[in-house]
Design a protein around this ligand. Structure first.
Ligand code: T46
Length: 133
């Protein structure tokens, strides 16, 4: 499974903590889009798709949730619960996310503008495109 969990540098002092993220630096691509998700019910399941091209780094700056990643061969669950940690995933990974804590915020830095044509929202189509099943 190709993914990376990155612990970004915390610039902390007696006033609190700050994480700074620059595109084409800390973030290994140009950031073309930022979106965030909040007000999620605990057991709702979001995602359930893959991307043809998109690369993203996903944060949980407040609260926690579980990301389920599936590359067509294996399926793993990653808990995001640290505000300084980013989950880097490229294209061709089926993702679902759920088990949201109270007040959970999910923030995403994306390499491309929004494009519905980049989504594969059917699992069998994902399997066919990734593994030529
Ligand atoms: C992903 C996971 C982690 C837009 O208009 N612009 C946007 O940039 C996005 C991301 C969504 N939308 C619209 C499309 C839908 O009408 O917002 C609505 C909800 O989007 P979606 O059902 O795709 O949301 P999630 O939470 O299932 O998935 C999102 C991202 O779409 C996806 O790329 O990897 O978060």
């Amino acid at each position: 499974m190709e993914y990376e969990l990155i612990d970004f540098k915390i610039r902390g002092d007696e006033r609190g903590s700050l994480v700074a993220l620059e595109g084409n630096g800390d973030i290994p691509f140009e950031i073309k889009r930022v979106y965030y998700i909040f007000n999620t019910a605990q057991n709702v399941v979001r995602g359930c798709h893959s991307h043809r091209k998109l690369e993203q780094i996903i944060f949980c700056p407040h609260g926690s949730c579980d990301f389920i990643l599936d590359d067509g061969k294996e399926r793993i669950t990653i808990r995001l619960d640290k505000p300084y940690q980013g989950l880097h995933i490229k294209n061709s990974i089926w993702r679902e996310f759920t088990n949201f804590s109270d007040g959970c915020v999910v923030m995403v830095l994306a390499s491309e503008h929004y494009d519905e044509a980049d989504y594969i929202r059917d699992y069998q189509t994902f399997k066919k495109e990734v593994h030529h099943d």
